[in-house]
Design a protein around this ligand. Structure first.
Ligand code: SF4
Length: 160
């Protein structure tokens, strides 16, 4: 059973300050930047297993918080229950199968995503090879909206 899915940046951390700060303060700021993002199983036991220093309040390691009475603080926790976790896993399977089917049927368009103007081509090292250019016929972005986990769960509940 998954306890969560997390990620954090491996990039070298830079700390900005407008005044001289101590080594400890720098370390604290760097640690903050390493707090993992993602989704956790909303269960106090699981949260405490992910962060064994946490009794109550927000975790410095994972996107979760526990109330003073010892329950999951839903407002500060990016979490789902077991059933919702399974639904999200099924959704990922469904999307992978859809993409695989499209590739197998020959659909291999160059169609980079465009999420509110944010595109991957900006930092891509293959620009000269792929030749994507919106001025050329047939070259279009795949405009996507950010789907929240709640939207996906609702959609999947209606389909399964
Ligand atoms: S430049 Fe080409 S390969 Fe790179 S992200 Fe854009 S479409 Fe994809």
């Amino acid at each position: 059973m998954p306890a969560g899915i997390f990620y954090f940046s491996l990039l070298e951390q830079m700390v900005k300050a407008d005044k001289k700060i101590s080594e400890e303060e720098i370390e604290e700021l760097i640690r903050k930047n390493f707090k993992m993002k993602g989704l956790i199983l909303a269960d106090v036991k699981v949260i405490r297993m992910n962060d064994n220093t946490l009794t109550s309040g927000s975790s410095k390691l994972v996107p979760a918080a526990i109330t003073t009475s010892g329950s999951v603080n839903e407002k500060w926790t990016n979490g789902v229950d077991k059933e919702e976790f399974k639904i999200l896993q099924d959704y990922i399977d469904y999307v992978i199968k859809q993409i695989s089917k499209e590739i197998m049927s020959g659909k291999i368009d160059i169609k980079p995503y465009n999420k509110n103007g944010k595109i991957p081509c900006e930092y891509c090292g293959y620009k000269t090879i792929c030749g994507f250019n919106t001025r050329q016929k047939g070259n279009n972005y795949n405009y996507i909206d950010k789907k929240s986990k709640d939207d996906i769960i609702q959609k999947m509940k209606g389909e399964i």
